[in-house]
Design a protein around this ligand. Sequence first.
Ligand SMILES: C[S@@+](CC[C@H](N)C(=O)[O-])C[C@H]1O[C@@H](n2cnc3c(N)ncnc32)[C@H](O)[C@@H]1O
Length: 436
Amino acid sequence: MISSLQIKRQLNSISTSVLNGDSFDRNDYARKILNYPAMMVPSVQEPIIKTLIDALPENSTMIDPFMGASNTIITSMRYGINSFGQDINPLSLLISQVKTHIYSEDLKISFSNFKKRLSRARSEKIDVSFKNIDKWFKSEVQIELSQIRRLIIQEEDLFIRKFYWVTLAEVIRLTNNDRTSTFKMHVRTQEEIDNRNLSPKEYFEKICKRSINDIFEVKKKLIENDLLENDKYKYNVEVTWGDSKEKLNTDKKFNLLVTSPPYGDNHTTVTYGQFSYLPLQWIPVEDIDENISMNYLDVIQEIDSRSLGGKNISDYSTIEKELFRKSKTLKRFFKNFNSEERLKARKVVSFIYDLDTTIDNVLEKMMPNSFYAWTVGNRNVNNKEVENDKILTELLATKGIKNFTDLEREILSKRMPDKNNFSKTMSKEKILIYNS
Ligand SMILES: C[S@@+](CC[C@H](N)C(=O)[O-])C[C@H]1O[C@@H](n2cnc3c(N)ncnc32)[C@H](O)[C@@H]1O
């Protein structure tokens, strides 16, 4: 049995360049299938996950309550482990379903037929309509997207359809009139729109080809590590849709948590929901998951409002008392704001309150002697640092979870909104390891 000291030594010996993701291959782990915001870098997670899995008993189980593009899950799959992921964003679930699925050669056969049929598609019928569709999509783009969409619906195999839907989501990201430089929706100028002549059909074909390649590369690595049996992953992997501050949709117990929560409420940090709004208009919800009970297409802000810290709390005074007792760092941060600025500080309080509730839900699912790896970044609100790292450690300490060791990394290689001023001040991220 490996000692705590040895585990700590191994974690602390991970080189700075690995932690900074300097040498990571952008195609590895099928990471490029869809450019989801703020994705974790698998090569950074790899040595941490491997060290922690080695330190745990065989047949361990990992949980990620904020799975995003499921990079932690597919990284852990490479080490033969059971895992569970949950996210509130239906698009996150769709990517995760595709990335954790083991595809057979049928995918390649389907794509070769799809290509032929797509090249023959001529109909100018537009199949999707929603408020402001013409603001976000040129009509020729709507026509080609509809041609692709009709062919996807005709595909019989659900998981092949899911693959096409994810590809369509990436095509939509690249061909709509929204600026790709921010995750918040900002329409391009009319001149820019007029000058862009993009063919969704060409993009679709190119991205399908690349993603099929990436998916089979991931599969090859699993075969090399003897992790497949009858073309299925030998262990259990489950990805679900759900609000982790409400509950985690699993009866299983876990002894490893690897996650990266949002940096703050989505509205003022990374708007995962706005990023997903246009692609989700084109994808039938029943092909993602029939249990999704959220009217996420009603308004652009719906998903972001339901995410951590998205809603204002009705009774702040009780909650502040409770949270300030748990975290003196949060209390100190809050006291730095004068009464006119309080609204902004309260957004942080709402976020930490939701995070704290999620932690309680997660802890109910954890076994004794577990490891927890949290990747967190500190951001600024009104030029005052929100020390998410210290706040998290203090919250966990009140629940009997102790700090084991900390690692630090630069976040230059992570896909972040460069025009969003919250991240200008954020250059480092911490990977905080705890145990119980
Ligand atoms: C930093 S990302 C996770 C990155 C991910 N680990 C990866 O490798 O791509 C944070 C995720 O938290 C999700 N999230 C925010 N609030 C949530 C909630 N209440 N329940 C579940 N997921 C939530 C967001 O939708 C987003 O996908």
